[in-house]
Design a protein around this ligand. Structure first.
Ligand SMILES: NC(=O)c1ccc[n+]([C@@H]2O[C@H](COP(=O)([O-])OP(=O)(O)OC[C@H]3O[C@@H](n4cnc5c(N)ncnc54)[C@H](O)[C@@H]3O)[C@@H](O)[C@H]2O)c1
Length: 248
């Protein structure tokens, strides 16, 4: 049997990069997928690629009304919600250390990565609990586990996501909602390829991977595991998918 047969998944930032790879993999494993992304056209493309009745919903994860409406539309369409993947986020070449980083970059990434995850959980967790339980998979980063210089805005946001993952895991275990996170290292999406070219510190990090380059599909496989009942005994964990970077 397919690993997500009978499940409904809501994936933020699902139109591109890791989110797109995850939407395609989850649909292949039997899930009904809602691709929730601020880029409506790309979300439609991803939903078409994913198949299995996947839908696209224009969603801005930094806007509470938008997130609430998108989750409600998913439940209306598919009758339940079992999997919430808070994936929308990412750093930019404007990031730097606490002294030099533009203040607006700090708030941009806090709003998108941390507050976006907060809002997804605020509206997604009750829907999952009402559906009988399921899994939240947040997206953090190896930056939350290491001390990498010149990425202080992003590191702060992703550290917040990792901490929130643990506290929500404890809070919502009685409601049968598991909450885990994936912490990728540099993963070769189109966006990351540009960032690696622009930032020497990220470039050095990307070159130091023990097992070679990480693909969006590598991360999607980890998200699939955390979404499926195969990980039923895991909650509150941050799973590094990092080609050995964090330990070397
Ligand atoms: N690529 C990497 O190397 C890497 C490493 C560690 C962690 N991550 C994390 O993985 C996640 C996905 O990264 P990616 O590289 O696939 O990114 P990406 O830029 O390829 O895709 C991000 C998607 O999010 C969407 N998005 C942007 N703002 C949004 C908003 N306000 N509301 C809804 N959707 C929005 C974009 O339209 C896009 O489709 C991010 O949280 C990122 O921080 C990525």
């Amino acid at each position: 049997m397919a690993r997500l047969e009978g499940k409904v998944a809501f994936i933020t930032g699902g139109a591109a990069g890791i989110g797109r790879a995850t939407a395609i993999l989850m649909a292949r494993e039997g899930a009904r997928v809602a691709v929730a992304d601020i880029d409506a056209r790309a979300a439609e493309e991803t939903a078409a690629l994913a198949g299995n009745g996947a839908i696209a919903i224009r969603t801005d994860v930094t806007d509470e009304a938008s997130v609430a409406a998108a989750i409600a539309a998913t439940v209306r369409q598919f009758g339940a919600l079992h999997i919430l993947h808070n994936n929308a986020g990412g750093s930019t070449p404007q990031d730097s250390n606490v002294v030099d980083a533009p203040i607006e970059e700090f708030w941009r990434v806090i709003r998108l990565d941390l507050f976006g995850t907060f809002l997804g959980c605020r509206h997604g967790i009750p829907a999952i609990a009402r559906s009988g339980g399921g899994a939240v998979i947040n997206m953090t980063s190896n930056m939350a586990l290491m001390g990498v210089p010149s990425r202080d805005c992003y590191t702060a946001a992703k550290g917040g996501v990792a901490a929130l993952t643990r506290s929500m895991a404890v809070e919502f275990a009685p409601a049968r909602v598991r909450v885990n996170a994936v912490a990728p290292s540099a993963t070769m999406t189109e966006r990351l390829k540009k960032l690696v070219q622009a930032n020497p510190a990220v470039n050095r990090l990307a070159a130091s991977h023990l097992l070679g380059t990480i693909t969006p599909e590598d991360i999607a496989s980890a998200v699939l595991y955390l979404a499926s009942d195969e990980s039923r005994a895991m909650t509150g964990q941050v799973m590094a998918v990092d080609s050995g970077v964090t330990i070397s």
